[in-house]
Design a protein around this ligand. Structure first.
Ligand SMILES: *Cc1c(COP(=O)(O)O)cnc(C)c1O
Ligand code: SF4
Length: 451
């Protein structure tokens, strides 16, 4: 057994103690981290600091941009007001108020996240469950609502700074099982967070074992996690790493598929011995690792970065799965890559890799009606258009049907686009309106099933 690594984290209150910070950063850069880190979440650990960030490339190092707050993530106006408050030692209560005002300006709840996706059972709002696409249920276990380090682009930042509360009124495991039994169409349960791998194995078992025992309709268990990148020791030398690996085996032995959805944003995250050992440990259970990442300006907006990531992932036995577009929340202005540019980067990377890495789909945006893939720019009857299609849709019938928008080089999201060929609306819009306006009735139906 290797030596156990101790997890040590830093945040806005103690990051100045990180030796590399005083060695490689200027006073001005350190102040900027403090300013932005008071508004947006900031957490980093010794593994990311010592093994992933290449400090001689800072401030341009992609992993540094991924984890350390960046000045440009706030508007000049917001930045200056928080900076001056810190410089003038504003009283705590007043400072808290100022910071919250700034946060509210950053669109903490993107596109209907809150209103439409919360199912109910026996009058209880299941705030830890999202059931948006027929076959897959997302589950946010209570103890999994944090991460080993925080990504600067994260759209879940409101929960890390305490704006969102994901809390259950009752025992969540029991409710989840009830919901799954009432919905036999659900074949996939996706544990997400935060990061579910932050949980102790014993806590994770409380959710998994009842599924194995009581819900035969669930065939695939997925874990969405960035632990392979931020804390690979979770799978190798952490105290309960062996039990976690055994739990994966147990799921596989029950005849189910374990899909580990690993988040990697840059090839630099794949270079360490610790990561390779962790991948091998997970794969030894029969679980498969699929990879995904958003495309981000200043982090991975090049075809070379993506091609290298996909090739190395395949080499390590992982399956490239999704390239996402950034959501419109938090510091999106700083990270956003326009749809057309993202497609060009995707195409450039796809051209460079062989068929075994072309399992990846994207660029895709998780918009309210569904996951929409940008197929590319083309010309039809003299009109330049952008081809699109649903990878997942609120109505499963929408999936895989190409549709077209007017070409707009600056569009960054679905709502920036207009239908091509003079149409008034996209083919799905009428049905989408029906689906979202009948939401209340759908909830009543669910309650009847459970009565
Ligand atoms: C992506 C996603 C899923 C899973 O979709 P797959 O295409 O099966 O990977 C499920 N629910 C939500 C809300 C999602 O965004
Ligand atoms: S690991 Fe995922 S949930 Fe955690 S901060 Fe990064 S993007 Fe957000």
């Amino acid at each position: 057994m290797q030596q156990t690594e101790r997890l040590k984290t830093f945040g806005v209150n103690n990051f100045k103690k990180i030796p590399q910070v005083s060695e490689f950063l200027s006073e001005e850069q350190i102040e900027a981290i403090e300013v932005v880190g008071n508004v947006l979440p900031f957490k980093i650990n010794t593994y990311v600091i010592n093994e992933l960030i290449e400090w001689e490339n800072v401030p341009n190092d992609p992993i540094y941009v991924l984890t350390f707050p960046q000045k440009e993530m706030l508007s000049t106006e917001h930045f200056n007001s928080v900076r001056d408050a810190i410089r003038n030692e504003m009283p705590r209560a007043e400072f808290k108020e100022l910071v919250n005002e700034v946060r509210m300006d950053l669109n903490p709840h993107p596109a209907g996240q809150m209103e439409y996706n919360v199912p109910m059972i026996e009058d209880v709002k299941l705030t830890g469950i999202q059931h948006k696409y027929r076959e897959t249920m997302l589950f946010f276990p209570n103890q999994g609502q944090t991460c080993h380090a925080y990504c600067t682009f994260c759209f879940r930042w409101p929960q890390f700074v305490g704006i969102d509360e994901l809390r259950f009124a009752m025992k969540e495991s029991e409710l989840m099982i009830k919901y799954l039994k009432a919905h036999p169409e659900i074949t996939d349960v996706l544990f997400t967070g935060g990061d579910p791998m932050i949980m102790k194995t014993k806590a994770l078992e409380k959710y998994i074992l009842p599924i194995l025992e009581e819900v035969p309709t669930v065939k695939t268990i997925r874990f969405g996690s960035k632990a392979l990148s931020y804390w690979p020791y979770r799978f190798t030398t952490d105290r309960d790493a062996g039990e976690l690996i055994d739990l994966f085996k147990q799921i596989v032995d029950s005849g189910r598929h374990v899909a580990f959805m690993a988040h990697f944003n840059h090839p630099q995250e794949l270079k360490t011995e610790a990561l390779r050992d962790a991948v091998a440990a997970i794969r030894s259970t029969g679980a498969q690792i699929r990879t995904q990442s958003p495309i981000m300006r200043n982090i991975n907006d090049s075809s070379e970065a993506w091609a290298s990531m996909w090739q190395q992932q395949v080499q390590l036995g992982m399956i490239p799965y999704y390239m996402f577009l950034a959501r419109d929340t938090g510091a999106q202005d700083y990270f956003a890559v326009p749809l057309v540019k993202a497609w060009n980067i995707f195409k450039g990377a796809y051209e460079k890799v062989s068929g075994v890495a072309r399992t990846v789909r994207g660029p895709s945006m998780s918009a309210e009606p569904g996951k929409v893939q940008v197929l590319g720019v083309t010309e039809i009857n003299g009109e330049e258009v952008l081809g699109l299609r649903f990878i997942q849709g609120r109505d499963p019938k929408w999936v895989h049907k190409p549709f077209f928008a007017k070409l707009d080089e600056s569009a960054v999201w679905l709502d920036d686009l207009e239908p091509a060929f003079g149409a008034d609306e996209f083919f799905f819009e009428q049905r989408y309106k029906e689906l979202t306006s009948t939401k209340v009735e759908a909830v009543v139906e669910e309650e009847e099933i459970m009565a």
